[in-house]
Design a protein around this ligand. Structure first.
Ligand code: ATP
Ligand code: MG
Length: 329
C-alpha cells in the first residue's frame, strides 16, 4: 500500500529549480527520511505535499488523494511539524491544542478527549496548563508533535523534528515516533527531513538523499552503508610509511593514507585483508601498536553521494530563534 507518490513533481522559483521532476513512492507505515544539504529542496517538497505550495508542474498523491484536485482531503489526512517553531508561546500548551482542534474541525465532543490523549502520549499532561514560554526546547517540539497528531492523521510530516535539541531529548523523540508508527499498525506514515546522520540511521526505515531537487539515492540505511564498501582500517605503528608503501599496490585496497601518524587503509571488502595485513607486517618485521576496523557510517554515505559534509546552518538558525523566544520571556 502506498502512502505518498510523486509524479515528476517540480517547483521553480524563477530560474531556480528547487524540486526537479521528482518521482518518489513511499510505502504505508514506514518512517521515511529525506536527507540533503541546505537548499536541496526538502522543505519545498514537504510544502507541496502538504498543499501549502503549488507545484510548477507534476503532481502527487498523499494517502491516495491528489494534492491539486483533492487538496482539502489531503489536509484532513496529514499532520505537520514545521522546520521553525510555529506554536504560540503566549498561550498554554492546552490552549494551543484547542485552537488547532478548532482549525481542523475536530468535533466539539471529542476535543477534550483527543487533547488529553496526545498530551499523555507526548508526556506533557502535567505542564499542559503552563504558558509555552516556560517550556524547554524539547517540550515545545513535543507539543508541536502533539498538535500534528491531534486530528489522527495518516501521514505525519516532520521538517527537522529534533533540530537544536540535546541528544537525550532527540532520542526520546525518536522513540515516540517509533512507538507511534508501531501502535498505528501501518496506518501512520512519517516523512521527515533531517540533517542528522544518526537520526537517519537509527530512526528511518528508508532514506532518500536529495540534492539540487533530485533524488540521488534511496534505500534503507543498512543497505546504503553496506553498498558503500568502504571499511576503514586504522593502524598505529612507529613508521607507517613502510607499510603504506607495501599496501598501496594491493588491488583490494582502494586508498592508503597517513592521518596524524596513523595509517588509514580503505578497503573494498573486509575479511581476509586483515589477515593479509598481519602477514605483511610480520614478514617485514613491522610492529603494530593498535589496529581498529571502522564500518562506513551514514556520514560516509552522505559525503560519498553529495560530495559535501553536512552543514549546521539551520541548526544555528533554530538555536538563535529559540534563544530569541526565551529572551522575550
Ligand atoms: N519562497 C522562495 N523563493 C525563492 N526561492 C526559494 C523560496 N523558498 C525556497 N527557495 C529556494 O529553493 C531551494 C530549496 O529550498 P528548501 O527550503 O526547500 O531547501 P531545504 O532542503 O529544506 O534546505 P534546508 O536544509 O536548509 O532546510 C533553495 O535554493 C532556496 O533558496
Ligand atoms: Mg528545509
Amino acid at each position: 500500500m502506498i502512502a505518498i507518490q510523486t509524479f515528476n513533481l517540480t517547483k521553480q522559483y524563477g530560474s531556480l529549480t528547487a524540486v526537479d521532476s521528482l518521482s518518489l513512492t513511499i510505502k504505508k507505515g514506514t518512517i521515511f527520511g529525506l536527507l540533503g544539504p541546505n537548499g536541496a529542496g526538502k522543505s519545498t517538497l514537504l510544502s507541496m505535499l502538504c498543499t501549502i505550495l503549488n507545484p510548477t508542474s507534476g503532481t502527487a498523491t498523499v494517502n491516495g488523494f491528489d494534492i491539486l484536485s483533492e487538496s482539502e482531503k489531503v489536509r484532513q489526512n496529514i499532520g505537520i511539524v514545521f522546520q521553525s517553531i510555529s506554536i504560540d508561546d503566549r498561550l498554554t500548551g492546552r490552549e494551543n491544542l484547542k485552537f488547532h482542534a478548532m482549525l481542523y474541525d475536530v468535533p466539539d465532543e471529542m476535543i477534550t478527549e483527543r487533547i488529553g490523549e496526545v498530551l499523555s502520549l507526548l508526556e506533557l499532561s502535567d505542564r499542559a496548563d503552563d504558558l509555552v514560554r516556560t517550556y524547554s526546547g524539547g517540550m515545545i517540539r513535543r507539543l508541536e508533535m502533539a498538535r500534528g497528531l491531534l486530528h489522527h492523521p495518516h501521514i505525519l510530516f516532520l521538517d527537522e523534528p529534533t533540530i537544536g535539541l540535546d541528544p537525550q531529548t532527540r532520542e526520546h523523540i525518536w522513540s515516540y515516533i517509533r512507538d507511534l508508527t508501531r501502535k498505528k499498525k501501518g496506518n501512520l506514515t512519517v516523512l521527515l527531513t533531517t540533517h542528522y546522520m544518526d537520526e537517519a540511521d537509527l530512526l528511518c526505515d528508508e532514506v532518500a538523499i536529495i540534492d539540487k531537487g533530485q533524488i540521488i539515492v534511496r534505500d534503507s540505511p543498512e543497505n546504503l552503508k553496506r553498498d558503500l564498501q568502504g571499511e576503514k582500517i586504522r593502524i598505529k605503528m612507529t613508521s607507517p610509511e613502510t607499510l603504506s608503501a607495501l599496501l598501496s599496490e594491493n588491488p583490494r585496497i582502494c586508498k592508503v593514507s597517513i592521518e596524524s601518524g596513523v595509517l588509514e587503509v580503505r578497503i573494498a571488502h573486509n575479511g581476509k585483508i586483515v589477515q593479509e595485513i598481519f602477514d605483511i607486517t610480520r614478514e617485514a618485521g613491522i610492529e603494530i601498536e593498535h589496529i581498529s576496523i571502522h564500518e562506513p557510517t551514514m556520514h560516509d554515505v552522505f559525503l560519498y553521494y553529495t560530495g559535501k559534509e553536512i552543514r549546521t546552518e539551520e541548526e544555528d538558525n533554530f538555536t538563535s530563534q529559540y534563544r530569541k523566544m526565551r529572551r522575550r520571556r
